[in-house]
Design a binder for this molecule. Structure first.
Ligand code: ADP
Ligand code: MG
Length: 248
């Protein structure tokens, strides 16, 4: 079971000429689920991108550490190696590369004992994870996300999470595009990961319905690039009932 923390402190970041995140501070510990809610344009996806190191964003101030390792100085692939995972709001199509090949490449060098994972083991895990979330196993060998519906792409992100077993996952609207059954399956899979291997989760979502399955320990409201409220799951219920007007 992994123990550790993803620590974001005073993070200010944006695109050239525009500061979007204006000092975000929060800490996610292993096994915890933190929900980040907030109106459109409040900087939720920017936070996800900056944490993972997407090109085009610049950090102005603050720090992000995973068990004390400074993530902001690392390229994206090394952040992934350190144990950070991003489930994207809009997963991209990668023609010519299958999910299976992608995961083999991502996973091979990071076996717990330093050895290479045999392909067979990966294959078993892939199919096992696919069944757990009702992901059509025919997609495993097809080009990544090509011609997949929005909901299938979100399941695909969840499948990658289950196979790669990162230490911390940022899930950017993993619930968008999912029907109610898929939402339950995806939410439960992530919830189980928090006890299975101590996954820490930063779940960006607009809606409380995900949080009925993936139970948040802490809820944050982001508005105009700042965390303006932090509370328990009751905060998500309040936002659901009254909207964001009180926080802007
Ligand atoms: P959210 O995910 O909360 O809806 P975003 O982080 O996507 O918000 O966006 C926050 C603000 O920053 C928005 O006004 C958005 O248009 C702007 N923004 C984010 N990324 C970029 C970018 N790469 N180029 C231009 N504007 C951006
Ligand atoms: Mg967004």
């Amino acid at each position: 079971m992994s123990t550790g923390e993803l620590c974001i402190e005073g993070l200010r970041a944006g695109i050239p000429g525009r500061e979007i995140l204006q000092g975000v501070t929060l800490t996610v510990r292993s096994g915890e689920v933190h929900a980040v809610m907030g109106p459109n344009g409040s900087g939720k996806s920017t936070l996800a991108h900056v944490l993972m190191g997407r090109p085009g964003y610049e950090v102005l101030d603050g720090s992000v550490t995973l068990d004390g390792i400074d993530l902001l100085s690392l390229p994206t692939w090394q952040r992934a190696r350190a144990g950070l995972f991003l489930g994207m709001q809009h997963p991209i199509e990668v023609p010519g590369v299958s999910l299976t090949r992608t995961l083999l490449a991502a996973r091979a060098p990071v076996a717990d004992d330093g050895s290479h994972r045999p392909e067979k083991e990966m294959d078993v895990r892939l199919h096992d994870e696919a069944r757990r979330i009702g992901f059509d196993e025919r997609f495993l060998d097809r080009p990544l996300n090509v011609d997949l519906s929005g909901g299938e792409r979100k399941r695909n992100e969840t499948l990658q999470l289950g196979v790669l077993r990162p230490r911390f996952a940022i899930l950017d609207e993993i619930d968008s595009g999912l029907d109610v059954d898929a939402l339950g399956a995806v939410g439960r899979r992530v919830e189980e990961a928090t006890t299975e291997w101590g996954l820490g989760v930063l779940a960006i979502t607009h809606f409380r319905r995900l949080l009925n399955v993936l139970h948040p320990d802490v809820v944050h409201v982001l508005s105009e690039g700042r965390v303006v409220a932090t509370g328990s799951s009751e905060l998500a219920e309040l936002v659901d009932r009254t909207g964001y007007a009180a926080y802007s």
